[in-house]
Design a protein around this ligand. Structure first.
Ligand code: GLP
Length: 235
């Protein structure tokens, strides 16, 4: 495990983008696992700058996102597909058909989970997985639970997560109560993992994640077992 202490959020965002940028330069056909939430926004802005100044070429890159709210269509401005398009994909030369986000409005969610797992298999797994950290230790939408869910699944969001994500919605009632997320096994199968954590409010949970027992009650604690984990923190 590598732990990099960033000076502040801007520093964290530049460092994360530099690591992802290096991955793109070293392997222009990389499969990137991408995340949503507030933390990666600055990272994506720096990746866009890297594209604009000619350093980064996304034309051969494929991406797989971690999760999506159940019930939100891609045109809903709170959906994670909308987030990815507006925060990154629309601003770089990536082929949209090589970007994947789970379908939150699929008519058969079980089938959608299977489709998404097969899609990741077809891409031969993820080369570099970017992760944020939920306040309760979740990664993607793998919430604290009795077991580590292995594969893509639909999850009931915990009250903590609904409350934490309400800041992005007009009303807390508008926050979807269910989401579809890739599983812990798919995350752990990524060749490299980059976890970015920002803000004093995450200090305690980050300590549990990195130094506490490995338990599905703190889903991100499983990352301690990953052979190539980099953590960038400004907490
Ligand atoms: C959401 C996402 C997670 C993300 C988390 C933290 O719940 N599903 O992938 O890591 O939010 O978000 P933030 O970076 O805004 O704290």
């Amino acid at each position: 495990m590598r732990i990099i202490k960033a000076q502040d959020y801007d520093d964290l965002s530049r460092k994360a983008a530099n690591i992802i940028g290096a991955q793109i330069i070293l392997n222009p056909t990389s499969v990137l696992g991408l995340a949503t939430g507030g933390t990666p926004v600055g990272t994506y802005q720096n990746l866009i700058k890297g594209y604009q100044n000619g350093d980064l070429d996304f034309s051969g890159i494929s991406t797989v996102n971690l999760d999506e709210y159940v019930g939100l269509s891609p045109s809903n401005d709170q959906s994670y597909r909308y987030f990815m398009d507006t925060q990154l994909f629309n601003h770089v030369n990536i082929a949209k058909e090589r970007t994947s986000v789970p379908d939150g409005v699929a008519s058969d969610m079980d089938l959608e989970c299977k489709r998404y797992d097969a899609l990741m298999e077809g891409l031969n797994g993820i080369d570099l997985q970017l992760l944020g950290l939920g306040m309760n230790g979740h990664i993607g939408f793998n919430e604290p639970a009795d077991i580590f869910e292995k594969t893509t699944h639909v999850v009931e969001l915990s009250e903590d997560t609904v409350n934490a994500n309400a800041r992005f919605f007009d009303n807390i009632e508008d926050v979807p109560r269910r989401a579809i997320t890739i599983g812990i096994q798919s995350i752990m199968k990524a060749k490299k993992i980059l976890l970015i954590v920002s803000g004093e409010s995450k200090r305690q949970i980050l300590d549990q994640v990195l130094n506490g027992p490995i338990t599905p009650l703190v889903p991100a604690s499983v990352l301690q077992l990953h052979p190539d984990l980099t953590v960038i923190m400004s907490v």
